[in-house]
Design a protein around this ligand. Structure first.
Ligand code: NAP
Ligand code: MG
Length: 453
């Protein structure tokens, strides 16, 4: 009997379905299949590979409601978010479907011959996905990997396997050959770790905790395996006195409580210029009280439950500091928690330093521009952040000074599939999305052809 996992709906605690977990032998068999398929997939002409990815995008788009519903049930995401997530997969596939035909090398002037470079696929790419954004994060790996001519083995998080399994079925339906895009449901310690140790997996793309990311990086060193890491965050939302305070306050709940705060880009440190602290906090309180935590399948819900009892307990263990105010949450079955605003004593406080990964934000005042930058950078993380000011010179200065991969001015958005995404410091290694993502899924081969004979 294979080991199984019972998938739970976090809004109701009822069982959605029971899935089988792959063991080591089953994992090796799929890796072997992906390795064999690479021989034929890399030879598919660029135009045909592009067509297949466009067909995959189209079929994902046609199934957006089904995929979104599945995510609401499996992950407790709001239906609004889940539809965006399904669309993001289709958009990312469409975006990278343009690249097989544009995977240019260079011709470099050299003496005595011609020198050209090629971007060659790596082989089998292993993708390890966390439970917080199962669909988009998977596609940020598999779409460019497939476009570059690699085959993929993908492990969804144990809590949230259902949309990945469905995406693999849709890939086949779109005409991708068997063995090109493979989803393996199983434990991180078994399937994920095998991606690290199996010599035929040439690259690992890992998104998840900084702790596991460090183990993956150390493990990959043994085979000098390529690795991309997208890890944790503790991003700052910096509110200057000269910003549109009402607008910044109205947007601040979404910046941290979206996806119940289970977002590596969550602006979980709110820095407010001292002269407008009280004004901001009173507008922020209104916005938090209006942030609707409810059944995630309802169209006007802003926030659903947390993913699991374990995550809920872990987040609640942070509620030891002064609470400024909270929003509300349903009671009864489900892993619910009200959005909570903390007033830590100072920058040494636990809530100010650790990634909580739940609907909790910590607020501190700052004195001036230099103090805001110093406080924002006082962390080992560096994933995203926001800067609210109506002074565009200040906006640019602060954006250049904050040590973080993704910053927004007068906005809290972090992810656009057209632009690079990734972290400074311990928030990660490498970049996903944007025009250069294929560089992470190819080797540059240099060929010199002598012309003097
Ligand atoms: P996690 O425990 O690090 O797990 C992430 C993935 O790695 C899961 O699929 C997990 O499998 C697998 N895994 C666990 N141990 C492994 C091992 N020893 N070898 C190989 N794979 C292993 O993180 P999580 O709890 O799912 O997600 C929350 C964390 O992810 C947060 O810290 C968050 O900041 C981070 N995150 C970062 C980003 C980003 O883009 N920077 C995005 C999303 C999340 P199982 O499910 O079986 O444990
Ligand atoms: Mg974990």
């Amino acid at each position: 009997m294979p080991a199984t996992y019972q998938v739970i709906n976090p809004a109701t605690e009822s069982t959605v379905e029971r899935v089988n977990l792959a063991d080591l032998a089953a994992t090796d068999a799929v890796i072997e299949k992906a390795y064999k398929t690479f021989e034929s997939w890399k030879k598919v002409t660029p135009g045909d590979r592009a067509k297949l990815l466009r067909a995959f995008a189209q079929i994902v788009f046609e199934h957006r409601e089904e995929l979104a519903k599945l995510e609401v049930e499996n992950s407790g995401h709001t239906i609004g978010n889940a539809l965006w997530e399904a669309d993001n997969v289709a958009n990312v596939l469409n975006y990278y479907s343009a690249s097989p035909e544009r995977l240019f090398g260079r011709q470099i002037p050299v003496p005595n011959g011609i020198d050209i470079t090629f971007k060659e696929p790596l082989g089998v790419v292993g993708i390890i996905v966390p439970w917080n954004f199962p669909m988009p994060i998977a596609s940020w790996g598999f779409a460019p990997a497939l476009a570059a001519g690699n085959t993929v083995v993908l492990k969804p998080a144990e809590y949230t396997p259902l949309t990945a399994v469905r995406l693999a079925q849709l890939a086949l339906k779109a005409g991708l050959p068997e063995g090109v895009f493979n989803v393996i449901v199983g434990k991180g310690s078994v399937v994920g770790n095998r991606f690290v140790t199996h010599p035929k997996v040439r690259k690992v793309v890992f998104t998840g905790s900084t702790e596991v990311g460090k183990q993956i990086m150390a493990g990959c060193a043994d085979q000098v395996k390529r690795v991309t890491l997208e890890l944790g965050g503790k991003s700052a939302n910096i509110i200057f006195a000269d910003s549109d305070i009402e607008k910044a306050a109205a947007a601040a709940p979404g910046a941290v409580f979206d996806n119940a705060g289970q977002d590596c880009c969550a602006r979980s440190r709110l820095l407010v210029e001292r002269s407008v602290f009280d004004k901001f906090m009173s507008a922020f309180e209104k916005a938090v009280k209006n942030f609707k935590v409810a059944d995630p399948s309802l169209a006007n819900t802003d926030m659903g439950p947390l993913i699991s009892k374990k995550q809920l307990d872990s987040v609640q263990s942070y509620l030891t500091e002064t609470v400024a105010f909270t929003g509300s949450a349903p009671s009864g079955a489900g892993f619910w928690m009200a959005p909570t605003v903390l007033l830590p004593k100072d920058t040494k406080s636990k809530s100010w330093n650790e990634e909580i990964f739940g609907p909790v934000v910590s607020v501190l005042p700052f004195d001036d521009e230099a103090d805001a930058i110093k406080k924002a950078n006082d962390t080992e993380f560096g994933l995203s952040g926001s800067i609210w000011t109506n002074n565009s010179s200040k906006a640019i200065r602060v954006a250049r000074a904050v040590e973080s991969g993704n910053l927004s001015v007068n906005s809290n958005s972090s992810v656009r599939y057209w632009t690079p995404f990734g972290g400074y410091k311990q928030s990660g290694l490498g970049r996903e999305l944007g025009p250069d993502a294929l560089d992470s899924f190819t080797e540059v081969k240099n060929v010199f052809i002598a012309t003097d004979n």
